[in-house]
Write a protein that binds this ligand. Sequence first.
Ligand SMILES: C[S@@+](CC[C@H](N)C(=O)[O-])C[C@H]1O[C@@H](n2cnc3c(N)ncnc32)[C@H](O)[C@@H]1O
Length: 220
Amino acid sequence: MKNRADKFYDKLAESYDLLTKSGPNVWTPPKLIESEVFNLISKNSKIIDIGIGTGQAIEKVYQTRTFSSITGVDISKKMISICKEKFDGIDLIKIDSLSDLKKIKNAYDLVICSGTFEFFENAEIFFEQCHRLLNKSGYLIFTYEPIILFHLIQKDEISNNISGNSEFQVDGFFTKRYKPSTINKLLSSNKFNVLKDEEFISYKKNDSNIIYHLIVCKKI
Ligand SMILES: C[S@@+](CC[C@H](N)C(=O)[O-])C[C@H]1O[C@@H](n2cnc3c(N)ncnc32)[C@H](O)[C@@H]1O
């Protein structure tokens, strides 16, 4: 079943930075990813951000110019156009599904994916393509939502996303969660070696903390 994340983010795009950057529901994945990125890059690094959105996870890297190139990929036309306004030196590609990653040439030292994995219909394609996109010994940094027994929201493998604001409501927009053991198996079968796996609070939904995993791994 196709996830209509594209429709949701097209609606949210104009307000995305405002709603995520401050206040009680502040969005933390970009900052955590960014600090891992700085441990791995140099002025020669070619970086690709899958689900780049408005570019929050590459903002500091862009400002410090510690890269050779940054490519951003997203399913939402509107998120891409906001990203383009903010960062004119980034190569941006609109895709219709993860399979479109197959059209991108493999030449990257680092793949990042911040707060986007939960919207993928097919995790296997994502890992396969990350492996293909990376140069020898390249790195992948991403976040995912785990299934958490007894958690009010994260106990379910799939949830239809209900927006608190009816203006942003989209049918067919869902979040997918995984057991950490499933992610570890997928990483190993797609030839990635896990260097770091940490839990963190990504944001607050109503009164619940939403927990993510941050994974840093290396292509074998
Ligand atoms: C929560 S936002 C995260 C944006 C940015 N990475 C950040 O951390 O602020 C999720 C982004 O993933 C994009 N997205 C959702 N499904 C996608 C897919 N299948 N392929 C590429 N991008 C996708 C959305 O359009 C949106 O821009």
